[in-house]
Design a protein around this ligand. Sequence first.
Ligand SMILES: Cc1cc2nc3c(=O)[nH]c(=O)nc-3n(C[C@H](O)[C@H](O)[C@H](O)COP(=O)(O)OP(=O)(O)OC[C@H]3O[C@@H](n4cnc5c(N)ncnc54)[C@H](O)[C@@H]3O)c2cc1C
Ligand SMILES: *[C@@H]1O[C@H](CO)[C@@H](O)[C@H](O)[C@H]1NC(C)=O
Ligand SMILES: *[C@@H]1O[C@H](CO)[C@@H](O)[C@H](O)[C@H]1NC(C)=O
Ligand SMILES: *[C@@H]1O[C@H](CO)[C@@H](O)[C@H](O)[C@H]1NC(C)=O
Ligand SMILES: *[C@@H]1O[C@H](CO)[C@@H](O)[C@H](O)[C@H]1NC(C)=O
Ligand SMILES: *[C@@H]1O[C@H](CO)[C@@H](O)[C@H](O)[C@H]1NC(C)=O
Ligand SMILES: *[C@@H]1O[C@H](CO)[C@@H](O)[C@H](O)[C@H]1NC(C)=O
Ligand SMILES: *[C@@H]1O[C@H](CO)[C@@H](O)[C@H](O)[C@H]1NC(C)=O
Ligand SMILES: *[C@@H]1O[C@H](CO)[C@@H](O)[C@H](O)[C@H]1NC(C)=O
Ligand SMILES: *[C@@H]1O[C@H](CO)[C@@H](O)[C@H](O)[C@H]1NC(C)=O
Ligand SMILES: *[C@@H]1O[C@H](CO)[C@@H](O)[C@H](O)[C@H]1NC(C)=O
Length: 607
Amino acid sequence: MATTKLLFLLSAIAFAFDLQYVKAKIVPEVSQLQKSYDFIVVGGGTAGNVVANRLTEDANTKVLLIEAGIDNEGQEDLIVPFFGTEASPDTIWTWNYTTTPQPALNNRIVNYPRGRVLGGSSSINFMVYTRGSKDDFNRYASFTGDEGWSWNSIQEFMLKTEKLVPSSDNHSLAGMIDPSIHGTSGNIEISIRGSEMVIDNMVIETTKQLPSEFPFNLDMNSGNPLGVGWTQSSIGGGKRSSSATGYLAPQFRARPNLDVILQTQVTKVFRTGTQGGLPIFRGVEFAQSASGHRFNLTANKEVILSAGSINSAQILMLSGIGDKSALQKLGIETLIDLPDVGQKMIDHPLISTQFNVTGTDTFDSVSQNVTLLLEQFTEYNTTGQGPFVDGATDHLGWFRLPKNTTIFDGIADPSAGPTSPHHEMLFANGFASFVSSSPTEGHYLSILNAVVSPVSRGSVTLNSSNPFDFPIIDPGLLSSPTDVAVLVESLKTTRRFLAAPAWKDYIIAPFGTAENLTTDADFEAFARANTGTVFHPVGTAAIAPKNAKPGVGVVNSNLTVRGVSGLRVVDASVLPFIPAAHPQSAIYAFSERASTLIKQTWGLPSS
Ligand SMILES: Cc1cc2nc3c(=O)[nH]c(=O)nc-3n(C[C@H](O)[C@H](O)[C@H](O)COP(=O)(O)OP(=O)(O)OC[C@H]3O[C@@H](n4cnc5c(N)ncnc54)[C@H](O)[C@@H]3O)c2cc1C
Ligand SMILES: *[C@@H]1O[C@H](CO)[C@@H](O)[C@H](O)[C@H]1NC(C)=O
Ligand SMILES: *[C@@H]1O[C@H](CO)[C@@H](O)[C@H](O)[C@H]1NC(C)=O
Ligand SMILES: *[C@@H]1O[C@H](CO)[C@@H](O)[C@H](O)[C@H]1NC(C)=O
Ligand SMILES: *[C@@H]1O[C@H](CO)[C@@H](O)[C@H](O)[C@H]1NC(C)=O
Ligand SMILES: *[C@@H]1O[C@H](CO)[C@@H](O)[C@H](O)[C@H]1NC(C)=O
Ligand SMILES: *[C@@H]1O[C@H](CO)[C@@H](O)[C@H](O)[C@H]1NC(C)=O
Ligand SMILES: *[C@@H]1O[C@H](CO)[C@@H](O)[C@H](O)[C@H]1NC(C)=O
Ligand SMILES: *[C@@H]1O[C@H](CO)[C@@H](O)[C@H](O)[C@H]1NC(C)=O
Ligand SMILES: *[C@@H]1O[C@H](CO)[C@@H](O)[C@H](O)[C@H]1NC(C)=O
Ligand SMILES: *[C@@H]1O[C@H](CO)[C@@H](O)[C@H](O)[C@H]1NC(C)=O
């Protein structure tokens, strides 16, 4: 994000605040891998580490985890929440993807980073932790015909993921969260802000001054996120909590039945036999460089693809599992004709508006002043306190369009139901943008707006049969006019929010091209010129609808690939709809349940 390139200033500075390194067990060379594993997990990201952890709870089950990126341990910059927005794009921890030119965004190309490090995108994301709504999960259940994905059923797995911890400044949580609905012993630490921002009071005051449009919501993770509330983050004790720190912590890495190999890219999965009339895909081919030797390994029980929404689809297609005519054009033999692989991709378009403000206590002070930056970093390093303990936003707002809206006339309301928002507002105490760089002077408030129940769909397709070529990524941002109309409403909602008396002495005026927007057409032009994404792609290997014909959808509701034995997908790509939320919580919960399903299939003891 355009705050400042803080990381490159600090990356040379080692710090040691409370870090306890235990030498991790990583298999250094392919030659040292074992001859056989029960399960091979492809991708040590958000989902993959959950699966690797849960399956190795049984000491008799041998698991190999293959990750393309490097180890998260030793990458101190990834730990500091304040640096969260600096971990992407185009860093040593990312796949440096970009989109195709997006027609609805004036043909702009948008950065599309994914994590390429243990922890995957959970090691580089912005740590916002939102579960989604009851209706989001109940729609998963009704669409797939599997009650196990419903809100009530998934609670068990959400609680299993979470460990609610005190804020790093140990302030009272009263009035900021409902601790009774949260997990207390899970792997991912969750907390509320540990350092006050100057805008916090103004946001809360607005919920008192304009309560009918902007009600306060004590806990947006209760199943009904609507309203404005305090952001919960995957941060514990002022440090990022990722699937790598949580599910691959030293005590888990030390398990003798878990092997992890890094900087190794899976190039395809392959057929190893037939079972019950279905082709078995338990073979994994991998390499350590584009021109390097291709190695093969076979799992005794299952291969689990957890390479994320871009790469799981890519691997399936490279393996001959995908749309026959598209694969044929690239000279890839189709083994399983599944036209939906890579299709129906869904993402959340996001736009930022900045406002000049009268105050000076913004993160712009830090971006613009290296002395202050080092001062605050030292405070963080030595005391574990100060602004660096937090991510970019202390509050989020989730809203539905009014009941009499005409935007959905003639189409079904794209939200999952009455507890699911149509759009979101995020508050940042400084200049935040993913499409323009920060000015070198001034102080700002940024409000970011996202369409969270979008109609638009995109795709991931192959550009070539070479696994080391980037796939073609077209998230179709704002390709539906409905989404454009929702985003315009969201921008106008923001202006009403800031018209509350709470902001009277603080806001000077909208910055730059946001200055004179009045008509819907003005806001639409602004949206097309400035929208990007909040990096939430899902759906590229989606669960099929219940009773689907063969060849429809990509995985069954137990996440096995349709028409295949021995192969499952467990990651963001299986979600058939995008949750109206930042999706990491949903992905953790899906991964926890998937691990339970895999254990049940193989009669492994449950945890
Ligand atoms: C910049 C950014 C900010 C975000 N902010 C938030 C946020 O604040 N809150 C939130 O809830 N969500 C956020 N998200 C989204 C969220 O982080 C992702 O949806 C989620 O982490 C995806 O999990 P996953 O398991 O599907 O994939 P990933 O976590 O991306 O894991 C995939 C893993 O597979 C590896 N891999 C890929 N291909 C191969 C291969 N061929 N061989 C071997 N390994 C491979 C990758 O290197 C990676 O480690 C953000 C995402 C990004 C990119
Ligand atoms: C961080 O703290 C450690 C010891 O706690 C110290 O060695 C190091 O110099 C500090 N770094 C900075 C940038 O203050
Ligand atoms: C992404 O860009 C960074 C910075 O230029 C580079 O170090 C890294 O190797 C690139 N990643 C990939 C997968 O190409
Ligand atoms: C944090 O606050 C709680 C309740 O106010 C108190 O009991 C506890 O001792 C405090 N912990 C620390 C580490 O200060
Ligand atoms: C790996 O398996 C594939 C599919 O069976 C085969 O084509 C390839 O030759 C094998 N490669 C090696 C190095 O054994
Ligand atoms: C930069 O920060 C330092 C430390 O807080 C402060 O003393 C100095 O006045 C600041 N410089 C500017 C130009 O604001
Ligand atoms: C919806 O109702 C509100 C409040 O009654 C009104 O102000 C608004 O104009 C109506 N909108 C439409 C599209 O009818
Ligand atoms: C906002 O601040 C910047 C930097 O000081 C300045 O150039 C710009 O004119 C200001 N805009 C408004 C609307 O005040
Ligand atoms: C696809 O391949 C073509 C031809 O090699 C190349 O020009 C283009 O940049 C590639 N696209 C992507 C997304 O890599
Ligand atoms: C906004 O309108 C004012 C007054 O007409 C004009 O001076 C200014 O340049 C306009 N700003 C933008 C960004 O177009
Ligand atoms: C998964 O579900 C499909 C479809 O219901 C079923 O055919 C298959 O046997 C199941 N596989 C496992 C491993 O449970």
